[in-house]
Design a protein around this ligand. Structure first.
Ligand SMILES: Cc1cc2nc3c(=O)[nH]c(=O)nc-3n(C[C@H](O)[C@H](O)[C@H](O)COP(=O)(O)OP(=O)(O)OC[C@H]3O[C@@H](n4cnc5c(N)ncnc54)[C@H](O)[C@@H]3O)c2cc1C
Length: 452
């Protein structure tokens, strides 16, 4: 019996990542570029665990006619290394669409962006194990000192001293819906899996909660799915607002803004975040706002209204009544209540990052926290640990609270962060115990020095 069997199927990994979405894939690109530049892999045993069956990008909400909302230069690699073979330009070249894309005159569609991500991921198959979600992360200690973690999946247990959290953000589910989730009550992250539940014609009466891009897209999709569908669009505030598209607030996504944000006290960070949140959250595109408003207006003209707006409203209660749901809305200002009967409920309520990712619950005694309870993560994305030795945990797109708006739910920092993570990982190698250096040239120089 070999050691592997003795240890109860536990494997050792040099680097393990939870998640192989864009952030994880971008890190794999950086590791692969590093291997190609130096003729050898920086780490031999690397595994990205991905609970999805493939690398489709937000596949359950990949609606036709939707565009990406960032520049294509902010792909998985270009800001880090425009010469990388994993760029969007290389994808277009490989697909024979480089010139044709140039004639489009609009951003890439989400469908094309997902195809680009899958094209990159397909070239990195050695790095990933699909259909293998991480269900638990266990501490490995010696005399109370945290030395490593065991990653538990339905397929095995893996021990590592370098853990990367690339698992993205969590769907935000308001408490009142929790007991009803599944079937015809679902978050937009489950949309295409559930909206045509049971096949046959689409359900007729819908409630969509939320004022952001996903909610707006769900409303438009449901109205377009059949000529008879009715949608109740429920908003806490005034209704759909156009997202902040101006250049100045969007400078918040420039890489140098991460340095600015990270140095602030937690309370200041919250203030800065609130000031710029409308650049990426709770806003829809101007053309979508125009289309939804026009639809509602035409409903008034024809006397056949299919889009019913409920502003200043909160959902007080939800009750299942046969195959339908009765939903009580409360006006936040007047207190008046309205009861709606619908066949399905879509939660366009966005995503969130909790103070501590649920997967780290068992590591709580070793996690250093900020004043607001969130994880303390240094500028190089290292999660701060106490009573720990030789273990590195890195946040990859999971440090919005310490690094700001571009470090979650955005492509802005995906490529550059991958370089910083690679540098942080390389700095843990025995010959490289020097400080983390993030600039590519400085990093290359430091590595060359360490090798000599
Ligand atoms: C519909 C939609 C459209 C968007 N459009 C844009 C856009 O145009 N531009 C932009 O900049 N941003 C956009 N975003 C934000 C987008 O989420 C990020 O840009 C990007 O997907 C973040 O990548 P990520 O890898 O950090 O997270 P994710 O894309 O969420 O990927 C995380 C991955 O981890 C996996 N995972 C999670 N938990 C586990 C686990 N326990 N075990 C194993 N695997 C796990 C997930 O299956 C997933 O594949 C959009 C988001 C949505 C939902």
């Amino acid at each position: 019996m070999n050691q592997f069997e003795i240890e109860g199927m536990r494997q050792e990994l040099d680097v393990a990542s939870v998640g192989f979405g864009p952030a994880g894939i971008a890190l794999a690109c950086a590791l692969e570029d590093e291997a190609e530049d130096n003729g050898k892999k920086p780490f031999q045993r690397v595994k990205f665990f991905e609970k999805g069956r493939d690398a489709t990008w937000h596949g359950a909400f990949l609606l036709a006619g939707t565009d990406i909302n960032h520049h294509v230069f902010r792909d998985l690699v270009t800001p880090r290394n425009p010469r990388s073979r994993f760029s969007f330009a290389m994808y277009l070249k490989a697909k024979g669409r480089l010139y044709k894309f140039g004639l489009l005159g609009r951003p890439a569609s989400r469908v094309e962006w997902s195809d680009y991500i899958s094209w990159v991921a397909d070239q990195l198959n050695d790095y990933v194990s699909y259909d293998e979600g991480v269900v638990d992360i266990l501490p490995v200690t010696e005399s109370g000192i945290l030395k490593a973690v065991d990653i538990v999946t339905p397929k095995g247990i893996y021990r590592t001293r370098r853990l990367v959290l690339s698992h993205g953000s969590l769907p935000r589910i308001p408490e009142v819906f929790s007991a009803h989730l599944g079937g015809r009550v679902f978050h937009t992250s489950q949309y295409l899996k559930n909206v045509h539940l049971g096949g046959g014609p689409i359900a007729q009466r819908w409630l969509v909660l939320g004022s952001g891009q996903s909610a707006g897209e769900a409303v438009a999709h449901l109205l377009g799915a059949a000529p008879t569908t009715q949608v109740h669009s429920v908003h806490r505030g005034v209704g759909f607002r156009v997202g902040q598209l101006g250049q100045f607030p969007n400078m918040a996504f420039l890489p140098e803004q991460v340095d600015y944000f990270h140095q602030l006290e937690p309370a200041r960070r919250t203030r800065v975040f609130d000031e710029i949140r409308s650049t990426n959250y709770a806003g829809i595109d101007a053309d979508e706002s125009q289309a939804l408003y026009s639809f509602m207006y035409e409903g008034e003209v024809s006397g056949h209204q299919r889009l019913n707006l409920h502003t200043w409203s909160s959902v007080e209660s939800v009750e299942k009544v046969g195959d339908a749901y009765s939903v009580v809305l409360r006006d936040n200002n007047t207190g008046s209540e309205t009861t709606l009967y619908v066949d399905g409920i879509v939660l366009g309520t966005g995503y969130e990052q909790l103070a501590v990712p649920p997967l780290l619950t068992l590591l709580l005694p070793w996690l250093v926290r900020e004043e607001d309870g969130s994880l303390s993560v240094d500028r190089s994305y290292r999660v701060s640990l106490q009573n720990s030795e030789g273990l590195q945990i890195l946040a990859n797109g999971t440090s919005e609270k310490t690094h700001g708006i571009s470090d979650a739910q955005s492509f802005s920092m995906v490529a550059l962060r991958a370089q910083q993570l690679t540098d942080a990982l390389l700095a843990t190698q025995p010959r490289q115990l020097a400080k983390v250096v993030s600039h590519p040239k400085r990093a290359a120089a430091a590595r060359a020095e360490a090798r000599s």
